[in-house]
Every structure is written in structure tokens, then in C-alpha cells.
Design a protein around this ligand. Structure first.
Ligand code: M6R
Length: 373
């Protein structure tokens, strides 16, 4: 059942090329760049009229939602707010019929997220679900669903569902951007091409994991980890930290790289591994700027004796030179590179947890789906 893998989590990490391919399959045309969503009770007219998107989710799905905010705001130019489902419900959220609530859930049975969905429907908002289980409560109650085709996820730590969720959000952002006339057909075709190339890049990443295993060997005794990222890499920092906490029981925190000087810098010493995600898209000004700023953050961590493990784009020299350790990922566009960047971090958490003798697929105190509020 584990297909020759030692744990479900590892098997599921290796299923990501397929999960991504299946989630994209049939939903975007390489010739026209047009996105086709599954039939739903939300009309194109309604999608054009929404003036606000809200996202509610928990845990890893919430991290996907944070990444989705960058995608939707960038590609469709609609303001997006992201909430933990458990908070959304209790803060008397402002929403009406021009608000679209997106709920994201692997299982479709998370009680907090179901409660958020019901709350929104009561206030006349439309609800779109991104979900991995057809027929689950969330898919039955939402006005529409984009199914992630990651396949059953058994390991408590979510991996392939997360990358599939980000792909679904990207498709949705493209869809909305096209409907609203923000994305030209040339651009749409380019996006379709980039999405089509993703699975091969993931395969490439997974074909050589020696570096990550060496790092696990070097750092599995650490008591704390910090993960930093800027822009869309910030949710990846959070997700990298969650994976580590969840399965290895090492204290880890994710932070926006720019926040370090506002407090967390005080934590840095020669024993603290700091994982910095600093990918770049050559020729994209916003990405280059973010890259340079994060590069300065790496230099600052080094100046305080911290140990820097950087996740960088293949061939990057500048940040590579100032880092203690480097994990390279294939080049990709700014909004798609997080789908690659998370993979070595999933593997790092996995190999550290195995070395610590933890029960990777069934971490203590956790359940795969949380059906109570
Ligand atoms: O099934 P859901 O996506 O709604 O679950 C949400 C969280 O409980 C889930 O992502 C949790 O954080 C995972 N254990 C993370 O790996």
C-alpha cells in the first residue's frame, strides 16, 4: 500500500508530479490559455462582479490560501483577505453578495471550515471550495468546487494536497483574471505553458535529494528552527515550519524575512538554523527587488552568527555565496516557484523526523481530519 516507500508521507511527496499534472489536466488550454472550471452554481457574471475575495482554511490549507492571495491579487487584481476558519467565524466578518468566500480543505470535513462556509452563506456570500474529496461535506454545501486531484492523502502531514491546492488557486486566479480582462491571451498561453512544465520540474527536484538528506543528518538535533521568506515565499516559510513542528516535534517558526529586525533577530545565535527561501525570476522586477531585500536579510543573519540554509534558484550565485548551505530548485515564474520551493522543505522535515525516530505518518496529538471545532 505504501508502494515501496517507508512511509505514506514519503510516498505522497513523490506523488506530487502526478498530483499537479492531474489537477491541471483538462482545465487549461495550451493553445488559447483559456481556463475551464468544473460546472458550478456561480455564473461568469457573478465572478466578474465580485469586488472582494475572502479565503478561510486551517493549517496547511490556510498556508495555501495565503499563497493564493498573492496569485489572485496579482493575476486578477481583486483584493483578497485570508483568515483562519476558526477566526473568521467569530469576528463578525463583513461580507455580502459581492463577496466570494473560498474555503480550502483537503478532507472537506474540517469542522472549523464548514462553520466558516455556513456563516458566509447565511450572509449571502457565494462560496467556492477547493477540496480533495469529492462528496465531502464541504463540496456538498459550497456553491461550486474546484477539486484537487491529489488522490487520497493518508499521512497526517499534508504534502501533495498542498501543492495541488496551490495549483488550483493559480488556475482560479487565471480564470478570474481572464474574465475580468486583466490577462491577455498571450499571457494566458504563457501561464498555461508554465503550468504544463511544473510536473517535470518537480520530478527533477525529486530525482536527487542527497543534499536534503545531508542537511537532515547535520541538523536533526537542533532544538529550534527559523524559516524566512518574503512575498509569496512567506507562506512557504510558514508551511516549512509547520511540517517540521508537526512531525519532528522541533520548535520552528516562520516569519516574513523583513520582520526579523522587529524582534526575531534577538533569537539568532550560532546554534540556530535559519532556512531562507530566496528564489528569483530573472527579468521580473518585483521578484528581483524581493530577492535583493531577502539577500540582505541573509547577510544580516550571518552577521549575527546564525546558520543559513538557503533555498535558491538553480545557478544563483549571489545568495549562494553568503549562505552556509544551499538547496537549489529549478527556475520558475515568481508565482509558481513556491510550488517547487516547498518540496525540499517537506523532505527536510521528513528526514529529520525519521532520524529522530518519530512516527512520521501519525504524529502525536494530531488527527488527519479535525471534525470538531
Ligand atoms: O482537511 P483540511 O485541509 O481542512 O485540514 C486542515 C488542517 O487540519 C491540516 O492542513 C493540518 O494542518 C495538517 N496536519 C498539516 O499538515
Amino acid at each position: 500500500e505504501k508502494g515501496g516507500f517507508k512511509h505514506f508521507m514519503l510516498k505522497e511527496i513523490y506523488e506530487q508530479p502526478r498530483a499537479v499534472r492531474d489537477t491541471v489536466q483538462g482545465r487549461i488550454s495550451l493553445d488559447t490559455g483559456r481556463v475551464y472550471l468544473d460546472p458550478m452554481n456561480i455564473t461568469e457574471g457573478e465572478f466578474r462582479r465580485f469586488d472582494r475575495v475572502m479565503i478561510a482554511a486551517c493549517g496547511t490549507s490556510w498556508h495555501a490560501g495565503l499563497a493564493g492571495k498573492y496569485m489572485i491579487e496579482q493575476l486578477a487584481r481583486v483584493p483578497v483577505e485570508v483568515d483562519y476558519s476558526s477566526e473568521f467565524r467569530y469576528r463578525n466578518p463583513v461580507l455580502d453578495e459581492r463577496t466570494l468566500l473560498i474555503v480550502i480543505s483537503q478532507s472537506g470535513e474540517t469542522a472549523d471550515t464548514i462553520a466558516a462556509l455556513r456563516e458566509a452563506k447565511e450572509r449571502d456570500a457565494r462560496v467556492l471550495a477547493i477540496c480533495n474529496v469529492q462528496g465531502s461535506m464541504i463540496t456538498r454545501e459550497a456553491d461550486g468546487t474546484i477539486l484537487t486531484h491529489a488522490g487520497p492523502e493518508i499521512g497526517v502531514a499534508s504534502t501533495k494536497a498542498f501543492t495541488a491546492q496551490m495549483v488550483a488557486l493559480y488556475l482560479f486566479a487565471l480564470y478570474l483574471g481572464q474574465l475580468r480582462g486583466i490577462i491577455s491571451s498571450d499571457e494566458a498561453r504563457r501561464h498555461a505553458q508554465q503550468l504544463a512544465e511544473l510536473p517535470v520540474k518537480i520530478e527533477h527536484l525529486l530525482s536527487d535529494t542527497d543534499r536534503v538528506e545531508e542537511l537532515a543528518k547535520e541538523f536533526f538535533r537542533a532544538t529550534d528552527f527559523l524559516y524566512l521568506g518574503r512575498g509569496i515565499n512567506f507562506p512557504i516559510a510558514l508551511e516549512g515550519a509547520l511540517k517540521l513542528k508537526e512531525i519532528s516535534y522541533i520548535h520552528a517558526e516562520g516569519y516574513p524575512a523583513g520582520e526579523m529586525k522587529h524582534g526575531p533577530n534577538a533569537l539568532i545565535d550560532e546554534r540556530l538554523p535559519v532556512v531562507v527561501i530566496n528564489t528569483r525570476e530573472q527579468g521580473n522586477r518585483a521578484s528581483e527587488l524581493r530577492y535583493e531585500k531577502t539577500h540582505s536579510n541573509i547577510v544580516e543573519v550571518k552577521a549575527r552568527e546564525g546558520i543559513v540554509i538557503s533555498v535558491l534558484t538553480e545557478g544563483d550565485e549571489m545568495s549562494s555565496k553568503v549562505s552556509d548551505h544551499v538547496i537549489e530548485i529549478p527556475a520558475a515564474s515568481d508565482l509558481l516557484s513556491p510550488i517547487l520551493a516547498i518540496i525540499p522543505l517537506q523532505l527536510l522535515a521528513y528526514h529529520i523526523a525519521v532520524r529522530r525516530g518519530c512516527d512520521v505518518d501519525q504524529p502525536r496529538n494530531l488527527a488527519k481530519s479535525v471534525t470538531v471545532e
